[in-house]
Ligand binder design. Structure first.
Ligand code: TMP
Length: 224
């Protein structure tokens, strides 16, 4: 039996960038093309990580504590869900991953980049001795790039905001700069989507990108 190679895609962007609707649509598109999909999120994806998510989104804490909680949740999520799913050849669609910690805690809250880099290599370092220097990262990170002013106007009608969604515009301007810095540090991992376009156009950008990678065989009609 020939097994599909696992594919790992993360989705990033400031709150209000519109990624969640499209992740569901992509899960359906991959499934309709015969792939097994694991749809997951950060912080979260395991019982422990979901508990840490509730704390992170609701309890007051200092920025380094936020970072440690995000990475603790990530470690459990990687070990329990992401690595085993990829080993089974599944397509793992992950709503946020490490770039969110660099953007929110690094850019937004001002935690030094080097501290986050250290935590990243501790948490995502491979346990294989032959790959000791490699850091586990998604095969592709899709960044929903949207001006913070537009995201804020989209969020205005949303549900009760959490600790991050309730931050002022200048916080999201710094988060946005954090995402841009991460993209510029590793451009080949990123697909940047212009999230200011209509839902239909964003969907087309996404599917075009995935077809060009050879991961989707046709541009599936928009489900949004
Ligand atoms: P979500 O609403 O997209 O599920 O994301 C949850 C919130 O958590 C969002 O405001 C971003 C924030 N967050 C961090 O601050 N650090 C992290 O490492 C992650 C993954 C999310």
């Amino acid at each position: 039996m020939v097994m599909n190679k696992g594919i790992w895609i993360s989705f990033e962007g400031i709150d209000g960038a519109g990624k969640s609707t499209h992740i569901e649509g992509l899960a359906s598109a991959f499934k309709s093309q015969g792939r097994s999909v694991t749809l997951t999120r950060e912080p979260g994806g395991t019982a422990l990580a979901e508990s840490l998510r509730t704390l992170l989104l609701n309890e007051a804490m200092d920025p380094l504590t936020e970072s440690l909680m995000a990475f603790a949740a990530r470690r459990d999520h990687l070990n329990q869900v992401i690595v085993p799913s990829l080993a089974k050849g599944e397509t793992v669609l992950c709503d946020r991953f490490t770039d969110a910690t660099f953007a929110y805690q690094g850019g937004g809250r001002g935690v030094p980049w080097e501290i986050l880099k250290t935590l990243e290599s501790m948490v995502q370092g491979s346990s294989e001795p032959s790959q000791a220097s490699s850091i586990r990262q998604p095969d592709l990170t899709i960044w929903f790039d949207l001006a913070p002013e537009i995201a804020a106007s989209r969020l205005a009608d949303a549900r009760a905001p959490d600790r991050f969604e309730s931050q002022p515009l200048d916080f999201f301007t710094r988060v946005q700069a954090g995402y841009a810095r991460r993209r510029d540090e590793d451009p080949s991992r990123f697909l940047t989507i212009d999230a200011s376009q209509s839902k239909h156009q964003v969907w087309q950008q996404l599917t075009r990108g995935l077809v060009s990678k050879g991961w989707l065989s046709i541009v599936t009609p928009s489900s949004v």
